[in-house]
Write a protein that binds this ligand. Structure first.
Ligand code: MG
Length: 294
């Protein structure tokens, strides 16, 4: 199932998207009052059968007639993120001089974790604020994001996929100058609107083999990143078992799995984003994000 959050005159609504027909069906009335995508994920075992049974009977409106928000517009807490999780990106990042505090082209032996503030989240087609005066070195990072279903602590590698609800796409927009100068990644990763997400939250049953998914990022139509998820250094079970070793994962938690080679600082000279640039990130089966830099 592909879930979306969209707005109409009644406010924020929850929809199920039929990609082939390019329509969205408003399922808000089938849910407990006020429930959003987060609550559907939390109550998935109870709610999914009702949604699956009744959605086809609801009227569909053209997908392009509504404004999509991020599927989870306000995550419960910061988005978990992973740095340097594709081999060639490790090399380009180490070489760029922006990797701090320890500049290295060596592969990490444990996942490098950081987070993005919830207030960085924005819609799949919304404008990204360029924050002039705060940063002048804006970069993109196309990433597969995992959405946790059943929470837990001490989740084993073998059980990890039982805790995955599904997947979405994020652009881990990064202010490289802040990332470098503050020698810690939170500020450079968390500026408002610097986490475009969506367009859908796709339940795991639609993705038979997540490792086979292909990611592509284009800037103004020029392909910059192209990779397959199986190339992750630390795969999804590695990430879930690492985080949950001492932190309880909660339903709806989002884990951005890292970006492949081809970010702006991987070029010589670096290709930073400018106002008016359009960044499009596509992952097979998950749709595309398309965001213009304001
Ligand atoms: Mg990233």
């Amino acid at each position: 199932m592909k879930l979306v959050t969209f707005t109409n005159s009644a406010g924020n609504r929850v929809g199920v998207v039929d990609v082939d027909a390019q329509v969205v069906r408003d399922v808000s009335e089938l849910l407990p009052p006020g429930a959003g995508v987060l609550e559907i994920i939390e109550g998935w075992n109870e709610l999914a059968p009702t949604l699956a049974e009744r959605v086809a009977g609801l009227p569909g409106v053209p997908l392009d007639s509504v404004r999509l928000l991020a599927p989870i517009p306000t995550p419960r807490r910061n988005i978990f993120c992973v740095g340097k999780n594709y081999r060639e990106h490790v090399v380009e990042f180490g070489r760029s001089g922006y990797d701090t505090p320890s500049r290295s082209e060596a592969l990490p032996d444990k996942p490098i974790m950081f987070s993005k503030a919830t207030t960085s989240v924005t819609g799949p087609y919304d404008e990204v604020n360029s924050h002039p005066g705060v940063t002048s070195e804006l970069d993109y990072e196309g990433e597969l994001a995992v959405i946790i279903g059943r929470g837990g602590r001490g989740i084993s590698h073998a059980d990890a996929y039982d805790h995955v609800w599904g997947y979405t796409i994020i652009n881990d927009v990064t202010a490289r100058d802040l990332q470098r100068d503050h020698k810690q990644w939170l500020l450079g990763k968390s500026l408002d609107t610097h986490c475009p997400m969506g367009p859908f939250a796709v339940s795991a049953d639609e993705i038979p083999d997540v490792a086979a998914l292909e990611l592509k990022t284009a800037v103004n139509g020029e392909v910059r990143q192209s990779a397959v998820v199986k190339d992750l250094i630390f795969d999804i079970p590695d990430l879930i078992s690492t985080i949950s070793a001492g932190i309880t994962l909660l339903p709806g938690d989002i884990i951005a799995t890292g970006t492949p080679a081809g970010v702006g600082i991987g070029f010589e000279p670096a290709k930073f984003l400018q106002s008016g640039d359009v960044v499009e990130i596509s992952i097979s089966g998950l749709g595309s994000l398309r965001n213009r830099i304001a």
